[in-house]
Design a protein around this ligand. Structure first.
Ligand SMILES: C[S@@+](CC[C@H](N)C(=O)[O-])C[C@H]1O[C@@H](n2cnc3c(N)ncnc32)[C@H](O)[C@@H]1O
Length: 482
């Protein structure tokens, strides 16, 4: 279990830009953009060293806004603008969320047609679209999705509408919807009012604060509407002082965009509460989360309210990390698919574990999971691994066995069958999967699965089994850790 620091660093490096992102191969070429767009030229700074790429002054709002404008025009054929001080989106970063959503929607983890949404047309709900309306613009232009995009402020509604109307080729795909709220209920924070007193960036400051702002989903989504997903980049902060703590960049952002009583945790907690009520109207509920500590408690809340599946991902932008959180109430599909993803290495994080649940408990649960399916496996307590060997028939039997095991509590009593790590002999028609567990920080474990024979014909089956194992472990360990 040693070397946690190094492993964390490696994991972090891996969690980078999505492979389908336009900027995955190469970041935007500022020199080329400057030569094509004269209005961008004044913002590009050239270094005297010929081997250094031109850069921008990231603390200059006008420079970051102009970059977003030319990227949207050059790479996405979108005409776009926002007034001074409104939140300016980083295009590669915002695109990652769209691509992650696309992975979720096409993952077949839950039924695709369960909601009978408009035949073949993916329909999303963007909570708090902002003046920039960035997610609907990207989702519609990259993937042809349609959107309802909500916001509470007049300026957001006015500019989101302009940004949609200035792009007639996708304008029919996006409906901008004003969130109506009674006069007594102020929007999150008065946009022109003085900033709230600053509070320290302490992870516990938002503990137990309830959201008491305007409606988010319930009261905004109509009874007869169905969506494939909702998405949200929530107001992350509880005060403007807290929001303005990064002097290295200037992405703008008014108080009503960035700040909300209770911060992101209260806002996303309300989305979770709303999702219970609207569980039959959305396939996936998702949100961005800005703090790891918020993610942890939100995941616990999700298991408490009875979701069937939770997915998380990390978005890394420069030195900033954000997390994607997704959940659903639909029963996961467990049938093996002919086009199973061929993966030799897989991983997921188990977060929010109670103190008494360590790596060994999880490994024992892994072993029990395979025993429940009649497979023998070997637990190595010194290497923190479980090796399991399975034939094609045995894999198929696990995958056919639907939710019976997922919804069963895993018996994580020690079975006594441990080894000191000698390698397994692979049976002639079987392959071996090694499950390893690493502690990241107290309460958080990284679970990895690696196929021992990299050319095994069962890699797709093992990837699907690993996904089922993830659901079972989350159900067992994360649900109880509220
Ligand atoms: C962080 S900004 C995100 C803007 C844009 N989606 C982006 O990613 O750049 C949060 C947005 O949520 C809006 N908002 C706050 N409370 C809301 C509510 N109850 N319903 C809809 N939007 C809300 C704010 O006005 C703001 O535009």
């Amino acid at each position: 279990m040693g070397g946690n620091g190094k492993k964390r660093k490696r994991e972090k490096q891996r969690a980078t830009i999505h492979p389908n992102n336009k900027y995955a191969e190469a970041p935007p070429d500022f020199a080329q953009l400057a030569s094509l767009y004269p209005s961008f030229r004044p913002y590009v700074k050239y270094s005297p060293h010929s081997d250094t790429r031109p850069s921008l002054d990231w603390t200059d709002f006008n420079a970051t806004r102009e970059l977003s404008r030319v990227l949207l025009l050059h790479d996405h054929n979108l005409h776009w603008w926002i007034p001074d001080a409104q939140l300016c989106p980083t295009i590669p970063n915002r695109s990652n969320y769209i691509h992650w959503l696309n992975d979720l929607l096409s993952s077949h983890i839950i039924p695709t047609n369960s909601l009978d949404s408009q035949q073949g047309q993916v329909r999303g709900f963007d909570i708090g679209t902002g003046a920039n309306c960035i997610y609907p613009l990207l989702g519609a232009s990259l993937l042809g999705w349609s959107f309802v995009a909500s916001d509470v402020t007049d300026v957001a509604i006015e500019w989101a509408t302009r940004n949609v109307n200035n792009n007639p080729h996708i304008a029919d795909l996006i409906e901008i919807r004003k969130v109506e709220h009674s006069k007594k209920e102020a929007p999150c924070v008065d946009e022109v009012g003085p900033p709230l007193p600053s509070i320290p960036l302490d992870s516990n400051v938002h503990e137990n604060k309830n959201y008491d702002g305007p409606p988010i989903l319930v009261g905004v989504v109509r009874d007869d509407e169905k969506f494939d997903f909702c998405m949200c980049n929530p107001p992350f902060f509880e005060s403007l002082g807290e929001a303005g703590l990064n002097p290295k960049t200037s992405c703008g952002g008014t108080s009503s965009e960035m700040v909300c009583p209770g911060g992101e945790k209260a806002f996303v907690a309300r989305i979770i509460e709303d999702s219970v009520e609207l569980k039959h109207q959305f396939r996936w509920f998702t949100s961005m989360v800005g703090r790891k500590s918020s993610l942890k408690s939100l995941v616990s809340k999700l298991w408490e309210v009875g979701v069937t599946i939770v997915k998380t991902t990390e978005f890394v932008q420069g030195r900033t990390s954000r997390w994607g959180l997704a959940w659903s109430f639909l029963p996961p599909i467990q049938k093996p698919s002919i086009s199973l993803p061929q993966k030799n290495n897989m991983s997921f994080m188990l977060e929010g574990l109670q103190r008494q649940h360590g790596a060994i408990n999880v490994l024992e649960a892994v072993k029990s999971y395979f025993s429940l399916h009649g497979l023998s496996s070997t637990l190595n307590t010194s290497a923190f691994t479980v090796d399991v060997v399975a034939s094609k028939d045995e894999c198929d039997s696990i995958l056919k066995n639907d939710s019976s095991v997922i919804n069963k509590s895993i018996d994580f009593q020690p079975t006594g069958e441990t080894s000191n790590g000698s390698r397994l002999n692979l049976s002639s028609n079987g392959s071996s999967l090694r499950i390893s567990v690493f502690q990241q920080i107290p309460g958080t474990l990284l679970v990895k699965g690696s196929l021992q024979d990299k050319r095994s014909p069962l890699s797709g089956e093992f990837a699907a089994i690993f996904q089922k194992l993830e659901e079972a472990l989350r159900h067992e360990f994360c649900r109880r850790s509220a």
